[in-house]
Design a protein around this ligand. Structure first.
Ligand code: NAD
Ligand code: UDP
Length: 341
């Protein structure tokens, strides 16, 4: 049995439509291109002269994120669920230079609400992406996550660490889905010699994060700006390391386009680790807010520490984050002040 036969043909879907080929520029596919990271990536690719096909079903992304690109001749939006095969929506798969595979709910609130969708997009959706790549020989970058390390017992986390994941806990739908996506991607590389690179993205923030996606930076900024209590989960001693979106996009482009990344697994994130309580205090101060702190129960399996070891990214890509937490927060707060979330 093939998944393609079982799922029907995308040309028969109401929303799917064939994309017009372009001879002038190299074509890049971005799954999840209407999301937070994906939309910034589409911007960066277009700026660099690529023709971009963005495939998204808007389950957690939004049209507003890519609205400014819709009239650009180098940009094509294909509204489609990638768990349904989509190779016939691409002019000729051999015209694709590469695929950035980002489609997946990403915030704990989103993947709890869409647990099965998250499992299916990372398994069946990833399979469909890899098959499109195999047809035409495109390179695939899989957007994986620091969550594959679970609640890590070692710090910082290097790519060789296998992780500490609860396979049946509330985060399993995301963690195990991404671990499966990694295993499938590696299997295509081993069996077919497909050109692949896996990046494990650590907490990233910036403009275009949805106000309601429940992640800590948008929550704290909105709460601080409206002088409402900042909701710290647990005692706030758990740590995270926050990377600004522009640095991450630079890392994603380097991971895809640098020589010598085939078959590699690369952490991308900012090693600047801090407690969640200190992040709350910092955002409150930056917003000149009179908010109080309220301490709410720590969600089950919430990782207690997270910090990337980025020595591999530094060595292979010559990449490390350049934008400070303060600079990134200033830009993000300004964006929220414009009321676009
Ligand atoms: P996001 O929710 O803003 O974007 C995900 C996009 O994928 C959305 O536009 C959504 O509509 C789309 N999508 C989901 N399922 C789809 C499907 N079946 N078919 C088509 N499109 C679908 O999330 P994000 O923060 O931009 O994350 C993007 C990627 O980066 C995800 O794969 C996520 O796991 C990974 N990642 C993000 C972070 C982070 O801090 N933001 C950290 C680690 C990993
Ligand atoms: N968190 C918090 N208050 C909030 C949202 C999140 O204290 O309003 C905590 C959460 O428990 C976790 C950290 O902030 O320890 C980061 O959460 P987020 O959902 O942003 O991403 P995660 O790293 O858990 O995927």
């Amino acid at each position: 049995m093939t998944f393609r036969q079982a799922q029907g043909h995308p040309e028969h879907s109401e929303k799917g439509r064939r994309v017009t080929p372009s001879r002038e520029s190299e074509m890049v596919l971005v799954t999840g291109g209407a999301g937070f990271i994906g939309s910034h990536l589409c911007d960066a690719l277009i700026e660099r002269g690529y023709k971009v096909i963005c495939v998204d079903n808007f389950i957690t992304g939004s049209r507003e994120n890519i609205e400014h690109l819709l009239d650009d001749e180098k940009f094509e939006l294909v509204e489609h669920d990638i768990t349904v095969p989509f190779s016939s929506l691409i002019p000729t798969p051999s015209s694709l230079k590469c695929i950035f595979h980002l489609a997946s709910p990403a915030s704990p609130v989103d993947y709890s609400a869409f647990s099965i969708e998250t499992l299916i997009v990372n398994s069946l959706g990833t399979y469909n992406v890899l098959e499109v790549a195999r047809e035409g020989g495109a390179k695939v970058l899989l957007a994986s996550t620091s969550e594959v390390y679970g609640d890590p017992k070692v710090s910082p986390q290097s790519e060789d660490y296998w992780g500490n994941v609860n396979p049946v806990g509330p985060r399993a739908c995301y963690d195990e889905a991404k671990r499966f996506a990694e295993a499938l991607t590696v299997a295509y590389h081993r069996r077919y010699g497909l050109d692949v690179v896996i990046v494990r993205i650590f907490n990233t923030f910036g403009p275009r994060m949805r106000g309601k996606d429940g992640r800590v930076v948008p929550n704290f900024i909105q709460q601080a700006l409206s002088n409402k209590p900042l909701t710290v989960y647990g005692d706030g001693s758990q740590t995270r390391s926050f990377c600004y979106i522009d640095d991450l996009i630079d890392g994603l482009l380097k991971a895809m386009f640098s020589k010598g990344t085939t078959g590699e697994i690369i952490n991308l994130g900012n090693p600047n680790e801090m407690t969640i309580l200190s992040l709350a205090e910092h955002i409150k101060e930056m917003c000149k807010s009179s908010s109080e702190m309220v301490f709410l129960p720590l969600p089950e399996d919430d990782p207690l520490q997270r910090r990337p070891d980025i020595s591999r990214a530094e060595r292979l890509l010559g990449w490390k984050p350049k934008i400070s937490l303060d600079e990134g927060l200033t830009r993000t707060i300004e964006w929220f002040l414009k009321g676009k979330a």
